[in-house]
Design a protein around this ligand. Structure first.
Ligand SMILES: [Zn+2]
Length: 76
């Protein structure tokens, strides 16, 4: 099994950065994840290992779902 499951192991699929993804607040006060290496903020293109820790994780995934629904509506 993978030993790194217990450590902070975020991953950016955009540039291949393997480390700690930063959390920032955007203009609307929403919490967003930002790759410190390439500035990627696309949640679909990064893997955040800390999604279960507290309200930040919850808000992150709720926003992701909201975005998904919005995109589906646009495609119809
Ligand atoms: Zn990156």
């Amino acid at each position: 099994m993978y030993a790194e499951l217990n450590t902070k192991s975020d991953y950016c699929m955009e540039c291949g950065y393997d480390g700690e993804i930063q959390i920032k607040e955007d203009d609307d006060g929403k919490l967003i994840w930002v790759c410190p290496h390439c500035g990627n903020t696309d949640q679909d293109k990064m893997s955040v290992a800390r999604r279960t820790c507290g309200y930040i994780g919850t808000q992150f995934w709720n926003q992701g779902r909201t975005q998904e629904i919005k995109e589906r509506v646009l495609h119809l």
